[in-house]
Design a protein around this ligand. Structure first.
Ligand SMILES: Nc1ncnc2c1ncn2[C@@H]1O[C@H](CCC(=O)c2cccc(C(=O)O)c2)[C@@H](O)[C@H]1O
Ligand SMILES: [Zn+2]
Length: 353
């Protein structure tokens, strides 16, 4: 793993606290969460792939020069997912990794277009992710829900396919709760996707597009006004527009912050320059997420350690961050109350020890 994984500034105790803290993760990608072991196993199955089969060589392979390079590497991993069994295995193993970090609930972003266009049967794809979701809940106790996202650079054809898969009652998976928009933002204006988000929202899905990751505040405004975003993926450039920060705070629209991702994709230069502190000072709700953890040499626990350092948090502050994510998730109220109760019980016991 790379230098990102261990945050040298986090005290040993806080890291121990984080490791046991029940968490929810709202911004984490399906393929992007494939562990080095899974990726190398799949690469070995497909010798034609340029993805290294050696986990150690993957570390260099997962070092990106810019966002476009990240997308290029990301798609080479997408190419490894070729059968419904690959999909099931990947999903189940991602759930195992989440459970290891005490993640009780996760909204996993899946890009079905990228798999169906590569020949995976759509019905078999849905069955594979649902099978893994039910197994993970039964065996790990981790509740998974799905966000289907449009790979924006693939254009309106991918938007049409994604919203069809998300709203056709014969295909739509039981675990689907939200609808997103990912991929490069440069040259991919958000307003064109309004008709597709309107259809997804009309079908009862929540809107959670990426915006402001590699482009300016206007992309976040567009996601809010045209796509009716309930949460914003990253929203990093919002810090450049005080009116936008005030709007996000006033209307309680959370930012799904992924600190190390922003460094690894060069969206932000250094962690110390990350705008998360400005978000909190402006009263914006922030949640902490890992985005594509193995590709960014991190995991959710490390992202909480990074947040503790950047925001100067103690155990209670970290527990509040974890409860933020539960509060703004799309889990049912009883499920939310259960996880928040676990967080409070754990934190109280930790502080009384
Ligand atoms: N930090 C991130 N920021 C943004 N997105 C992120 C991030 N992490 C992961 N993703 C995922 O990357 C994919 C990108 C896929 C893509 O761009 C593309 C372009 C052209 C064709 C095709 C295809 O499949 O034919 C796909 C998205 O689906 C998204 O879910
Ligand atoms: Zn993302």
């Amino acid at each position: 793993m790379t230098e990102h994984l261990v945050d040298p500034h986090a005290s040993r105790d806080l890291k121990a606290f984080i490791a046991g803290l029940p968490k929810a993760e709202l911004h984490v990608h399906h393929v992007g969460s494939a562990s080095p072991r899974i990726v190398s196993e799949l690469a070995a199955r497909h010798p034609d792939s340029r993805v290294p089969t050696d986990p150690a060589a993957l570390v260099d392979y997962f070092t990106f020069t810019d966002f476009a390079h990240f997308i290029e590497v990301y798609l080479s991993v997408v190419d490894l997912i070729r059968t419904p069994e690959d999909v099931r295995l990947l999903t189940y193993e991602v759930a195992r990794d989440l459970a290891r970090q005490q993640v009780r609930y996760a909204e996993l972003t899946i890009t079905p277009f990228s798999s169906t266009r590569r020949g995976i049967d759509e019905r078999a794809f849905m069955d594979a992710i649902e099978d893994a979701r039910k197994s993970a809940e039964a065996e790990f106790g981790t509740v998974l829900r799905w966000c289907f996202d449009i790979p924006g650079e693939a254009g309106l054809e991918s938007a049409e396919e994604t919203v069809r898969l998300a709203t056709d009652d014969r295909l739509r998976p039981e675990g689907l709760v939200s609808f997103g928009l990912g991929g490069p933002e440069v040259g991919v204006p958000r307003p064109q996707f309004k008709p597709y988000f309107d259809r997804a929202i009309a079908a009862g899905l929540h809107s959670v597009p990426h915006a402001g990751e590699t482009t300016g505040p206007q992309t976040v405004w567009d996601a809010l006004t045209h796509l009716r975003a309930e949460r914003i993926g990253h929203g990093t450039s919002s810090a450049r527009d005080p009116k936008l920060l005030a709007h996000l705070a006033e209307h309680r629209i959370p930012l799904e912050v992924c600190p190390t991702s922003n460094i690894a994709t060069r969206a932000v230069t250094t962690l110390d320059e990350h705008p998360i502190k400005e978000f909190v000072q402006a009263g914006v709700i922030v949640t902490i997420n890992s985005d594509d953890p193995p590709m960014f040499g991190t995991d959710l626990d490390n992202e909480y350690a990074v947040a503790a350092r950047l925001l100067g948090l103690d155990e209670r502050g970290l527990a509040d961050l974890a409860k933020n994510a539960v509060d703004v998730s799309f889990l049912d109220p009883a499920g939310k109350a259960g996880i928040k109760g676990e967080i409070d019980t754990y934190t109280a016991a930790w502080l009384d020890r």
